[in-house]
Structures are given as C-alpha cells and as structure tokens.
Design a protein around this ligand. Structure first.
Ligand code: ATP
Ligand code: MG
Length: 432
C-alpha cells in the first residue's frame, strides 16, 4: 500500500516550535497589557449561524460576498459559517447572556478567523486575531483607552514601526449626507469604476473608498471628504479623543479616507500601519460601532473595539529583529540504572513542585549521550543520578553554561542554587 503524505490546506499554516516561541511571547505580552487595563476574557465558538455575519458585517462586503467558509449542517440544513471575525460573535454572546445588564463590559478574545482570500504574505485563509470589544461605553475616553492600550502593547512587544491613522465617520445622519454626495460623485465617474465598485456604488458606496485596486486610487483620492458633513457632537467627540491621545503622547495622523463601509460603524475609526510588511500594512484596525448591539437585536448600547492580526505582528517582530525571550529548562535530569530511574522521577517532581522547569531524560543511553541531550536542551544545569547518588539520596549538580565542577548536593538544595543563579544572570523574562 502506498501512502502519500497529506499536506495542510492552502492558506492555513502550522506554527512550528521555534515560531511558537514568538507566538507565546506575543500572546502573553498582549494579554498582560489587556489585564492591566481591566479587560476580561471571553471565548466564542468558531462556528456561528451564517445569518449573524450577514446581518452584522453586511451583504455587500468582501467578507460576506466571497470570503466566508459557509456550509450546511448535514442534519438540520442550517447554514453555518466559520467565523471570519470576532466582533459579531462577541456581541451575540454578550446579548445572549445579558452581560450588559451588569453594566459596561471590557472584553477580549483571541483565536483563529477564517476568510477565503487569495493567500499571500500576511494574508491567509486561517489567521489569528486578538480582538477587544468595550461594550456599553459612549464617551471618547474609551476610544482613547483602546488606542493608548495598543500603543502600550507595541512598546511592550518592542515594536517601533507602527503608526496610527485616525478618522471620524460622524453620526448616521452625517453619513447619509456624505453618502449622497459620494454617490453623486461616483456616478459622475461611473465609467472609470471597476466591477466591484460599480456593484457597491449604491449598496455600499463607502466601501468603494476602501478599494485596493491601484486603478481606482485616483478616483478615491479625489472623492469628496466627509469633513463638511460631520455633526457637531461627533466633531467634539473626535476632538476629545485626539486631546486624550496628545496627553498620552500617542502620535497620529488624520486620514480622511479611512472608512468602514458598514452602516453601524460611526465616529472614531483607526488603523495601525507598518511600513515594513509591504502591501499587508495594517496590523490592527478598529473603531466605534454604536449601532451594532441594536442591529443584532439588543437594547441599544454604544461600543468600541479593535482587532489585531497576529500573523502580521509576528512578521513585524521578525522584520524589526526583536529578540524573543526563549524559555530554557532549568535542569535536565540524566540517570542510569533502575534505582536511579526511580529516584530521578522523585527528584523531578520535587523540583517542579518548587516551580523549576525540569526535563527528565527518557529513552536510556550512556551518561555521555544523555549529557549531550542535556546540553542541546539549553538547560542551565544537568542533574546527574547514578546508583551511588540514588543510594545516598543526593544528586550531582553540573553547571552546563559555565566551566565549574559537578557538585554533590541534597535535592532540597537544588532549587536555591538554580534559582539564585537564575536571578543573578537575569536569564528569564520573569513571566512565569
Ligand atoms: P485588509 O484590508 O488587510 O484586508 P481587513 O480590513 O479585512 O484587512 P479587519 O477585518 O479590520 O481587516 O481585521 C483586522 C486585522 O486582521 C487586519 O488589520 C489584519 O491585521 C488582520 N487580517 C485581516 N485579514 C487577514 C488575513 N486574511 N490574513 C492575515 N491577517 C488578516
Ligand atoms: Mg480584508
């Protein structure tokens, strides 16, 4: 029988252990920041009713028109979809469980999202987002908070090539006024519009401004700006967001063409961009969506949030040559003989009890081969256990990263010695 290997699905990636270290670093750094600001975890299913995304993201969008992984439940015929983003699910969950009855909620989630796009660098079919949704907050302070929190995350990650673009979309009436002007403008240039834009011209004209087609850039560039249509309260809100960012010394530029083509988005929109990843420049995007909760059947509640693209941030860590703190084991335990093996087990568990990270050699072999493995593991110490040590209930402690002799010590001395050295060398990133 021939067995051909089976490969992963196109656009869906494995993260191997070396890259996994960077992923772990990113996740724990970002989660630490989220916790510092009082955001709490929420986890939603990867599969939702298709209707949820159609209703929240909107029918005339790239995502709903062509990017969703939709299938029919084979038993009851329901149309289901692998989530292409998290906001809709998060709001659905908050409504389903009445979270907002207890007051405003600061929430975050992270995990895979699925979009059937053309795979390329920084654009995949399964990709990961860290998403944040602040539900029930109406003031500009929360817009500023989520943005300032992003800035702190970039600093904590060691990233510097990220810049902030901001815009405001005003209230729904302002958008309606702007929309009418925009449609009139686009109709005048109808011949120059590409197919997508023609289709969107009436259904979702703001999305035309989002076009990635280079041939459309001139039209987009010359399109009327929203500024003239904006309402006073939205302008004041936007001013307050900017003032808070200035006070926090978070730099930004205003990009009047930054839009979200969905009706429930309003007021603040923002994007964090990098110059280091080519066309896939957006690492994080967000804004205010005061209309969505009501649109999904809840009592009206304002909201603001963002989603960051983990793969793009990982690529940026690499592009900026950020050193990823790797976690090496404290000890690697080598042993020979039955009594030594039994004792080695006890030693390992004892040391783990004392919070050390310990690898127990498995698979036998001479002390020489075992010590080679110990060295390759990156561990700071080898713990050597032969028949003599087992009989004396002691261990040989052998420093692997400095020229020092092996010492015979009590098991209970090991942790002190190892932790002392760990503190002195500052070898750990202190996150455990
Ligand atoms: P883009 O304009 O790059 O298609 P988008 O507007 O579709 O992005 P959002 O839906 O706002 O993106 O998602 C937020 C973030 O998630 C993006 O800024 C990006 O970092 C990341 N992201 C979106 N789609 C993908 C994808 N297919 N592969 C990898 N990351 C993605
Ligand atoms: Mg997209």
């Amino acid at each position: 029988m021939t067995t051909t290997p089976i490969s992963a699905v196109r656009g869906m990636n494995d993260v191997l252990p070396e890259a996994g270290e960077a992923w772990d670093f990113l996740e724990r750094t970002v989660l630490r920041c989220l916790r510092q600001y009082g955001y709490r975890p929420i986890r939603m299913p990867l599969v939702e009713r298709t209707e949820l995304f159609v209703r929240s993201i909107g029918e005339v969008t790239d995502i709903v028109e062509k990017e969703m992984y939709t299938f029919t439940d084979r038993l009851n015929g329901d149309s289901l979809t692998l989530r292409p983003e998290g906001t809709a699910s998060c709001v659905r969950a908050a409504l389903e469980h009445n979270l907002l009855y207890a007051g405003p909620q600061r929430l975050y989630y992270l995990g895979p999202m699925f979009r059937h796009e053309r795979p390329q660098k920084g654009r995949y079919r399964q990709f990961h987002q860290v998403g944040v949704e602040a539900l029930g907050f109406s003031g500009p302070d929360i817009d500023a908070e989520v943005i300032i929190m992003c800035a702190r995350m970039w600093r904590a990650l060691g990233l510097s090539d990220v810049s902030l673009e901001l815009n405001t979309l005003g209230d729904p009436q302002a958008r309606a006024r702007y929309r009418a002007r925009l449609v009139a403008y686009l109709e005048r240039h109808c011949n120059a519009l590409d197919e997508d834009s023609k289709r969107r011209l009436h259904a979702n004209p703001l999305r035309v401004l989002d076009s990635k087609n280079p041939a459309m850039q001139e039209i987009v560039e010359r399109a009327p700006r929203m500024a003239d249509d904006l309402d006073e309260p939205s302008l004041a809100h936007f001013e307050a967001v900017q003032a808070a960012l200035r006070r926090a010394q978070v730099g930004f530029t205003i990009n009047p063409r930054l839009v979200r083509g969905l009706d429930y988005y309003n007021r603040t929109v923002f994007e964090w961009l990098t110059g280091k990843l080519g066309a896939q420049a957006a690492v994080c995007a967000g804004g205010r969506y005061d209309g969505l909760v009501e649109h999904l059947g809840g009592k009206p509640a304002p909201a603001c949030g963002f989603a960051m693209g983990v793969e793009r941030l990982i690529a940026l860590l690499e592009a900026e040559r950020v050193t990823i703190p790797t976690r090496v084991p404290d000890c690697y335990v080598v042993h020979q003989g039955d009594a030594a093996a039994d004792f080695a087990w006890q030693v390992c568990e004892r040391l783990r009890e004392q919070t050390l990270s310990v690898i127990l050699h498995c698979g036998g072999g001479s002390f020489k081969t075992q010590l080679r493995k110990a060295d390759a593991s990156g561990a700071r110490y080898a713990i050597v256990i032969g028949e003599d040590e087992a009989r004396a209930a002691k261990v040989g402690l052998k420093p692997l990263r400095e020229a020092a002799a092996q010492m015979l010590v009590d098991v209970d001395e090991v942790a002190d010695l190892v932790v002392g050295v760990r503190r002195l060398s500052g070898a750990h990133d202190g996150s455990r």
